[in-house]
Ligand binder design. Structure first.
Ligand code: HEM
Length: 216
């Protein structure tokens, strides 16, 4: 009985091997890939309002409804929900070592969790303010609608925080992913990977911020 109960508990526990692997993988495929694709498509606003509006029209008018819903649920909503919920379980069970050791890697470990929690709030507010509001109340997602949306400096500040949290979380996540999956084993490989991840962070943040300021 006691063994069965312990086993049941471990199925959802933060150290469950298979769930942890799935959580790790989902951060890259599909959630990480979606983040890069999402920032890239939004940056079309830098080219011109017409380029950005063409992207919005493609998803909201040209693409068949059922295909859009399959892509949204299969590749975006369900994977993000799984990653976020299991991420919260991991965070709740994790130990924060920064105060005791203060090593740079421990700070990164802590910031991975802090940005995860910020992202839960940010993604919920962002999806509500865009996709859900559009479908429920017909709010305008075209360029002029987004210019109005970002007319409020508090909304811009919130987006800057959200975008930076997402780009940090993904970049630092790639570094962790490479160790977890045995891609970077030696100290030297991990140092090299840290440099590549730092460059990814700078490039993705520049992409996200410049897309945002295209609406200002
Ligand atoms: C933009 C959305 C997100 C992306 C692209 C993303 C991506 C990633 C990646 C690539 C990893 C590294 C996987 C590994 O350690 O092997 C990771 C780890 C993690 N993510 Fe996310 N994530 C996102 C949202 C979230 C959210 C909303 C939470 C909620 C708390 C979260 C919590 C975590 C935690 C706790 C870890 C560390 C897991 C560990 O060290 O064992 N993530 N994420």
């Amino acid at each position: 009985m006691a063994i069965a109960a312990a086993h049941r508990t471990s199925v959802i526990a933060a150290d469950n091997h298979i769930l942890h692997r799935l959580h790790s993988l989902s951060g890259i495929v599909p959630v990480g890939i979606f983040l890069v694709q999402h920032l890239t498509l939004n940056s079309f606003a830098l080219a011109s309002p017409a380029h950005y509006n063409a992207v919005i029209d493609f998803f909201n008018e040209t693409m068949p409804r059922h295909l859009l819903h399959i892509l949204e649920w299969g590749f975006i909503f369900i994977p993000i929900l799984f990653h976020a919920l299991y991420g919260l379980v991991i965070t709740a069970h994790g130990q924060v070592n920064v105060g005791r050791y203060g090593y740079w890697r421990n700070w990164m470990y802590l910031w991975q969790r802090i940005t995860g929690i910020i992202l839960v709030i940010y993604i919920a507010a962002h999806v509500w303010g865009t996709t859900i509001s559009h479908r429920l109340y017909g709010t305008n997602l075209h360029y002029d609608g987004m210019v109005q949306y970002f007319g409020n400096p508090w909304v811009v500040a919130f987006y800057l925080l959200g975008i930076t949290s997402a780009t940090f979380h993904l970049s630092n996540g790639i570094w962790n992913f490479c160790i977890r999956w045995g891609i970077t084993i030696s100290e030297r490989a991990q140092r090299g990977c840290a440099k590549v991840c730092a460059v990814i962070f700078v490039l993705l943040t520049a992409l996200g911020w410049s897309a945002l300021f295209a609406f200002r």
